[in-house]
Ligand binder design. Structure first.
Ligand code: CAA
Ligand code: NAP
Length: 245
């Protein structure tokens, strides 16, 4: 049987690289997206080619609607039908609203939320035709609870819930599930960018008293991506060490 193709955006990032490797090891044909001119591609593509030679790395900008359309069609033609889409690419650009620039708002919305529309819109007609698909979007604990300094990011991540629950209803009878995962603070460059004293303050508020690991998110992605997870749709899985219940 042909292997299922999984497209993971941000597939070379802190969480993404672990998703890429985990899905490849579970037997998926993985296509890992990254930014054009990605420093992560320079850093990881060589090692990945050695350790997981079947993974295909495709640079493209998830904020660009036309580029997403082109890339999805190209992957379907050259690699195979995409069964699993993991919307994982994302950025933060924190700051209090009273100081937030329009560009700061726009770029966070474009990368975290418009990307989910761009890729789902490009792929859903083919998934509908094939009567099968798994769409998993990586939201955040801060989309659930809000966070000082993150009106842009929390709005984008919360927007994913409405999108997911609506699309899930549109495609539920066609073999396609649409879900979100909401990680808490996971040890990647994204949280390393927070000032140390603020970051440590956050850590002490997490009931399990530690940050999460990318592997803990990968387990959930594998679970939702599975063919046997077909009864789980429009749902959100919170993985946050008890930070928000
Ligand atoms: N609640 C209430 N007040 C707060 C506060 C909070 N959580 N944090 C700061 N303040 C107050 C400060 O006490 C200070 O008050 P005074 O002016 O009265 O002294 C005021 O706000 C300014 O504080 P800062 O000096 O920290 O403000 P700043 O403008 O320099 O920095 C900030 C703002 C960049 C948002 C900084 O507070 C910060 O980095 N916060 C952490 C944000 C965060 O958690 N980001 C997550 C990034 S990782 C991620 O997003 C992944 C994921 O999904 C989990
Ligand atoms: P990261 O290491 O910074 O990875 C982010 C990834 O997004 C990178 O691989 C980056 O590509 C990609 N990306 C950013 N802008 C893009 C664009 N315009 N086009 C294409 N790709 C783009 O962060 P992370 O911690 O792994 O985060 C992954 C996801 O989890 C994000 O959506 C984030 O919001 C979410 N999340 C993270 C945490 C956490 O604590 N770390 C918690 C909750 C949710 P390059 O590799 O080319 O740079």
């Amino acid at each position: 049987m042909d292997r299922k193709v999984a497209l993971i955006t941000g597939g070379l990032g802190g969480i993404g690289l672990t998703l890429t490797k985990s899905l490849a090891e579970a037997g998926y044909q993985v296509v890992a997206g990254c930014r054009p001119n990605s420093s992560n591609a320079e850093k990881h593509a060589g090692e990945l080619a050695q350790s997981h030679p079947d993974v295909k790395v495709v640079p493209f900008n998830v904020s660009d609607f036309d580029e997403c359309q082109r890339v999805v069609l190209d992957i379907e033609e050259t690699v195979g039908p995409i069964s699993v889409l993991v919307n994982n690419a994302g950025i933060t650009w924190d700051g209090q609203l009273k100081k937030m620039k329009a560009e700061q708002w726009r770029s966070v919305m474009d990368t975290n939320l418009d990307s989910v529309f761009n890729l789902s819109r490009a792929l859903i007609p083919q998934m509908l035709a094939r009567q099968y698909g798994r769409i998993i979007s990586i939201s955040s604990v801060n989309g659930e609870k809000g966070q000082f300094g993150q009106t842009n990011y929390a709005a984008a991540k919360a927007g994913m819930y409405g999108f997911t629950k609506s699309l899930a209803q549109e495609v539920a009878s066609k073999g396609i599930t649409v879900n979100t995962i909401s990680p808490g603070y996971i040890e990647t460059d994204m949280i390393r960018a927070i000032k140390e004293e603020i970051r440590e303050g956050i850590r002490t508020q997490i009931p399990v008293k530690r940050f999460g690991q990318p592997e803990e998110i990968a387990r959930a992605v594998l679970f939702l991506a599975d063919e046997q997870a077909g009864f789980i749709t429009g749902s959100n899985l919170s993985i946050n060490g008890g930070q928000y219940m």
